[in-house]
Design a binder for this molecule. Structure first.
Ligand code: IMP
Ligand code: MG
Length: 176
């Protein structure tokens, strides 16, 4: 695999994102909702740079089988109270955008006061939705990436950097 963003580059980007979030959100309390599982490391690093009072909750969205999109399932059993709250949804990567659109639709039904979105990376040219995330750390080309929370078949989430998978890293699908 090939390193796309080093650990230091990611940290610098999160500092910039936190500064922009402070500027826009002010000191009001935030309810940060992380889209599991890919956003765990981004969540942990981002919230430690945020100074407003905040609560953390999670929602789980699963859509990938290897490097191909499967159908999306959302588990919202572990959500905290969202009604009347200022919500910041945090996700690892904005690819087609379908995941975040569906997560937002579900959260909007719960009656938040406001809802904004932060993603660590956006894949250029892949979006199939009109939603644009409010806060974006990096834009990257259309390659499958792992590390810093992102997985390929549940592996590589613990890499401290973000790397592009190369063809030899990708298993051939089983013959049918
Ligand atoms: P979307 O619904 O197409 O925007 O995909 C969003 C979700 O798919 C992300 O939250 C990731 O969990 C996963 N995903 C998309 N691209 C990648 C990738 O390059 N590597 C690992 N996971 C990815
Ligand atoms: Mg995800």
């Amino acid at each position: 695999m090939r390193v796309l963003l080093s650990a230091d580059e990611i940290q610098a980007s999160i500092e910039r994102l936190a500064a922009v979030i402070h500027e826009r959100e002010g000191k009001k309390p935030l309810t940060v909702i992380a889209v599991m599982t890919g956003s765990i490391i981004f969540l942990a690093d981002l919230i430690r740079k945020l100074e407003m009072p905040l609560r953390v909750g999670v929602i789980q969205a699963r859509s990938y089988l290897g490097t191909e999109r499967g159908s999306l399932t959302i588990n919202s059993d572990m959500l905290p109270e969202v009604a009347g709250q200022d919500v910041l949804v945090v996700d690892d990567i904005f690819d087609t955008g379908h995941t975040l659109v569906e997560v937002l639709a579900l959260l909007k039904d719960l009656g938040p006061r406001s809802i904004r979105t932060a993603v660590l990376v956006l894949k250029q040219g892949k979006q199939r939705v009109t939603l644009v995330p409010d806060y974006v750390g990096f834009e990257i080309p259309d390659v499958f990436v792992v590390g810093y929370g992102l997985d390929y078949n549940d592996a590589y989430r613990n890499l401290p950097f973000l790397a592009a998978l190369e063809p030899q890293d990708i298993e051939a699908p089983p013959a049918s």
